[in-house]
Design a protein around this ligand. Structure first.
Ligand SMILES: *[C@@H]1O[C@H](CO)[C@@H](O)[C@H](O)[C@H]1NC(C)=O
Ligand SMILES: *[C@@H]1O[C@H](CO)[C@@H](O)[C@H](O)[C@H]1NC(C)=O
Ligand SMILES: *[C@@H]1O[C@H](CO)[C@@H](O)[C@H](O)[C@H]1NC(C)=O
Ligand SMILES: *[C@@H]1O[C@H](CO)[C@@H](O)[C@H](O)[C@H]1NC(C)=O
Length: 284
């Protein structure tokens, strides 16, 4: 075996070791992310998880977070221990970060602040040195509580209007009675604002005697967000109107007459009592 053969053998040996290490590194380390979509709320901060398994120190590795559907699609890039803002998608400027202390423990998660509707999409977490990437879906939602208003107030029927603005994606509106039974309502009106958020409104006509408590429920299936508001419609049944109110005044009148008869100077007191009964009448 001459020197050239020895060198070739040595080179082969080194290449083999290198390839072995490279492959074992590739084979052993995995980039993992959640299998379910991450749900974030507009205006909040969110974390898009991505981890190396086993948890090796990734602070020296190049890391690329991207949205392949956008151009430019770079969301966040770290290399040589620092962030690179060049070629970053402008809508993410100043809103992304990766924790350096977490990187040392294999946690590549991206923190996204002040989430916007346009942040919704598929994110790629890539470590080029390992040739590994994982895709994570971000679903963005926005919620707000509905407001119920009483309309066309008559003695028998009441029209309730429920309105809720600031939703994303488009939600559905449901009306429930006091026992939790679904009420049939008119079609839901939907308006989409310039901020991409939806405003929904729905009306329902209810009989006062049936039930006095109603619920407007706004629900979004994708984000599983629910907001609801209750209203209690004052029941003025025939019993209240026809028996209780006159009965109350009869009792009041008899008390008053009894008191008046017993006093000699009743003339003055009569006026004050009349005022009092007028106040009571207004309150009912
Ligand atoms: C991770 O690696 C960097 C250099 O690449 C080093 O400064 C740091 O101390 C390491 N951290 C741990 C926890 O090993
Ligand atoms: C409510 O009242 C308005 C007028 O004030 C009328 O146009 C509308 O049809 C009424 N709605 C119902 C359900 O009665
Ligand atoms: C609705 O009408 C009833 C009487 O029919 C009254 O007592 C009640 O205050 C009214 N409510 C509103 C919000 O106008
Ligand atoms: C939706 O949220 C409710 C609680 O608000 C929970 O009980 C239900 O399991 C959730 N559904 C899904 C599909 O996550």
């Amino acid at each position: 075996m001459d020197v050239t053969d020895y060198c070739t053998l040595l080179l082969l040996h080194h290449v083999t070791i290198f390839l072995f290490l490279f492959h074992s590194l590739r084979g052993q380390i995995q980039v993992t992310g959640p299998s379910r979509p991450i749900v974030a709320t507009v205006g909040d901060d969110t974390i898009i998880p991505c981890q190396l398994k086993p948890a090796v120190n990734a602070s020296g590795m190049r890391l690329e977070w991207a949205r392949p559907d956008l151009s430019p699609g770079i969301v966040h890039v770290r290399a040589n221990g620092q962030e690179y803002a060049a070629h970053q998608q402008p809508s993410y400027r100043g809103r992304t970060s990766v924790s350096i202390s977490n990187l040392q423990h294999g946690d590549l998660s991206l923190k996204l602040s002040k989430v916007k509707v346009s942040d919704e999409g598929m994110y790629r977490c890539l470590v080029p040195r390992l040739g590994l990437a994982v895709y994570i879906q971000l679903v963005v939602g926005a919620v707000s509580s509905p407001v119920i208003r009483l309309m066309n107030n008559s003695s028998r029927r009441v029209v309730l209007q429920c309105e809720s603005s600031g939703w994303y994606p488009e939600p559905e509106v449901l009306w429930l009675d006091g026992e939790g039974k679904l009420l049939s309502a008119g079609p839901t009106e939907t308006v989409r604002g310039p901020d991409d958020l939806y405003t929904v409104s729905s009306r329902v006509t209810v009989e006062k005697r049936h039930s006095s408590s109603f619920t407007c429920r706004v629900h979004q299936k994708d984000t599983n967000h629910t907001r609801e508001t209750h209203i209690t419609v004052p029941v003025l049944s025939r019993f209240v109107k026809g028996v209780m109110v006159p009965g109350f005044f009869c009792i009041l009148l008899s008390i008053y007459l009894t008191a008046w008869r017993k006093r000699p100077g009743g003339g003055k007191e009569q006026e004050t009592e009349k005022k009092e009964s007028a106040v009571t009448e207004n309150q009912t």
